[in-house]
Structures are given as C-alpha cells and as structure tokens.
Write a new protein. Structure first.
Length: 158
C-alpha cells in the first residue's frame, strides 16, 4: 500500500467519524471541497499581532483619564455636587470595561499562539503515526522457521 492510499484511507476514516461532515460545496466560498482544514500562518500571525498591539495600546491609553476623572469626581463630591459621585462611578465602570477588553485581546493573542503550536504538534504526531505504520514494510524479518538458533554461552555465567 502506498503512502497516498494509506493517507486517503485515514482521511476517509476521519471523515466518517466527524460530526460536521456535511459542508455545502455549491456556490463561491461555500467551503473546501476536500474537507481539509486550511490555516495560513501569515493570517493567524497578522490577527495575533493586531490583538497584541491593541492589548498594549489599550493598556496604556485606556486609562489615561483615570486619575483626573477620579480627582474631579472627588472634588465635585466634596463641593456638594451629585455629579461628583456619578463621575467617580463612571470612571470605575470605564476602568473595568477597559480591563475586560485588554484581557480579551490578550486571550485572542494567546489563543492564536496556542492554536498554531497545537496544530503543529498534531501534524507532527500524525506524520509520526503514518511513518511508523509503514516502517515494518522496510524491515526484512525472517519467518519463524528460518531463524537461526542463538549460540549457547560457554563457561561460567555470573
């Protein structure tokens, strides 16, 4: 059996076990015709890079008005204005929302890095499994009847 035949068999077995094996193939952009997952590292790299840049910029720029807003809120509150409490509450809410967005950007960037590494490990494992299944074809293993008996040891055995 050639590598191509074995690979086609493995793909057919995997397709038979897939839950989502009914991808529409009509129309432009409907989906891949052979069902293989295609990931382009340059696309993932660009998305991850933008997420990383957004993370860093939001971390620095998202909190630039925090100190002055809280100071203004405290000052207005001490002068008896209700607006001071509202401004302080808005500043705290803004800070939480910026933190959530910063964490989300970090999650996207980290997940893309993990996905790329994980996909490579999976590909390496599959390649090792396929090559290991073919390795026996290259060994010249004699049949049981044609094996030579091992010589017996001479002298004392320690």
């Amino acid at each position: 059996m050639s590598f191509e035949e074995e690979w086609a068999g493995l793909k057919a077995d995997a397709a038979a076990r897939m839950q989502l094996n009914s991808v529409p193939t009509e129309g432009p952009g409907a989906g891949p015709s052979d069902g293989d997952l295609v990931i382009h590292d340059d696309e993932l790299g660009r998305i991850g890079h933008f997420a990383y840049q957004l993370h860093n910029n939001l971390k620095a720029d998202g909190k630039h008005a925090r100190t002055t807003s809280e100071a203004a809120g405290t000052s207005l509150s001490s002068d008896g204005f209700e607006m001071g409490k509202a401004l302080t509450a808005a500043s705290k809410t803004w800070d939480k929302q910026v933190g959530t967005l910063v964490d989300s950007c970090a999650h996207i960037s980290n997940h893309l890095d993990y996905s790329k590494t994980s996909k490579k490990k999976d590909d390496d494992w599959v390649a090792a499994q396929v090559s290991a299944s073919k390795i026996a074809d290259y060994y010249d293993v004699p049949e049981e009847e044609t094996k030579r008996p091992l010589p017996k040891a001479e002298g004392p055995i320690i």
